[in-house]
Design a protein around this ligand. Structure first.
Ligand code: SAM
Length: 412
């Protein structure tokens, strides 16, 4: 452990400004990176030992590249459980200094934990100032990254900072990745690339819709409660029978079944995948009097509606597959033109949901993004304790938090 790391284990109590802050500033000013990891310290020590002829240790430990235990992890892991308010303020100042010197918010440590996970383990809540400071750092970093890359944020692998665009989030991956043609033999292509996905054969199982070959979960019935809640959101203070609603992405038709149960005046469904459209035909959705099916990608069909200017919606729900946060940003442009002034927009919120810190960061990013359209996003938090599946039947889990932030977006 370096002296910097040792300082962050809080060897002295109480945690005082006069003891900790000058020492921390001294280490960082003298050139120790704020991202210096325990793994780098260990690698450095091994190298020195090897130089001194001790080859044994080199063979025994070659696992250090898979994790990044940063100074912030050490700080969070060492946070006293009986910390006093005055001490918390000093820790906050230390975090600010670490961020000033370039500390990352999104690394994962040797136990696969984020700094946020560690704060929560040390009795800090999601509402606590330290956790919120971390979320704030994540939001700033992601917005900056988006500006620098023109929304072309690359996928990051697990040896890198987790980044909000971790590959797991395949429903709407919050990475802003562009839809470049990719090799269809690539296992991950269906989840990451819309054009590949739309040519991929799908299979309906009792409890899921999956891609036939790769077993990617397109939709799973554990989300039924989420869909029920979402369908209620689409009928705000209004007689359901006079409402006109739009659902983008039919999947298993779960939300559409809830919508139909309320017998809306008009129920538009936009769906792009031929296998899903075929299932909708077989199941009689084309015959329903109040249903209008928009065949094709929303990017094409909704712009047609917008151009005609004939229909405006009381509620719009968005839940597609193999799209990215950049698509959602594009969708906001269309939504504001199609929704009534008192209408409600909602979406399946899996943004960053493979890591709870990322989920909290993206919760804020959506608020910021919709605000630029004069809209506000209110979240309701639901526990998912008993609902999450074991993920055995699909290739990867796309939702790992045991709670759900249901978004309800309206004009402010
Ligand atoms: C996760 S499922 C939707 C599940 C649905 N909410 C339910 O309750 O069953 C996603 C659906 O979006 C469709 N989809 C994907 N991209 C689309 C796009 N650009 N336009 C329209 N539909 C799309 C997929 O084919 C799939 O049927």
């Amino acid at each position: 452990m370096s002296e910097l790391h040792a300082l962050l284990t809080f060897p002295e109590r109480p945690i005082s400004q006069s003891y900790y802050v000058p020492k921390l500033q001294h280490f960082l000013k003298s050139g120790i990176p704020a991202t210096y990891t325990l793994e780098q310290v260990a690698a450095f020590e091994r190298e020195s030992e090897n130089r001194n002829g001790d080859n044994e240790s080199r063979e025994s430990k070659d696992d250090t590249k898979t994790s990044n235990t940063t100074p912030l992890h050490v700080l969070a892991r060492s946070l006293p459980l009986d910390i006093k308010d005055e001490e918390l303020q000093v820790v906050m100042n230390m975090m600010n200094i670490l961020f000033e010197y370039g500390a990352g918010w999104n690394f994962i440590d040797y136990e696969d934990k984020t700094v946020g996970d560690l704060f929560l383990e040390r009795n800090q809540t999601r509402e606590s100032p330290l956790y919120n400071r971390l979320v704030e750092a994540g939001v700033s970093a992601e917005l900056l990254l988006r500006k620098l890359n023109g929304c072309d944020v690359e996928f990051l692998d697990t040896t890198e900072p987790i980044g909000i665009g971790s590959e797991e989030s395949v429903r709407v991956a919050p990475d802003g990745q562009k839809q470049e043609p990719v090799d269809s033999d690539d296992d991950d292509a269906t989840a990451a690339n819309q054009h590949v996905y739309l040519k991929t054969e799908l299979e309906y199982k009792d409890d899921a819709l999956i891609t036939k070959e790769n077993k990617d979960g397109v939709m799973m019935d554990w989300e039924t409660k989420i869909m029920e809640i979402a369908s209620e959101t689409l009928f705000p203070d209004r007689e359901a029978r006079s409402a006109t609603v739009l659902n983008i992405g039919f999947g298993m038709g779960i939300i559409d079944t809830f919508i139909q149960a309320r017998k809306p005046y008009r129920h538009y469904i936009c769906e792009a995948h031929p296998d899903v459209l075929a299932k909708m035909k077989t199941d009689g959705w084309y015959e329903k009097d109040n249903v209008v099916i928009l065949e094709g990608r929303w990017q094409d069909t909704l712009n047609n509606l917008l151009d005609k200017g004939e229909v405006f919606f009381d509620g719009i729900y968005y839940d597609t597959f193999s799209e990215h946060y950049q698509d959602m940003l594009d969708l906001y442009d269309v939504i504001v033109g199609l929704i009534k002034p008192e209408g409600v927009f909602s979406f399946f919120n899996g943004l960053g949901a493979d890591r709870s810190l990322c989920y909290d960061v993206y919760k804020k990013i959506v608020e910021i993004d919709v605000a630029t359209y004069g809209m506000k996003c209110d979240y309701t938090r639901y526990s998912l304790d008993k609902q999450l599946p074991d993920w055995n039947d699909v290739k990867r889990s796309y939702f790992n938090c045991n709670y759900y932030y249901h978004p309800r977006i309206t004009f402010a």
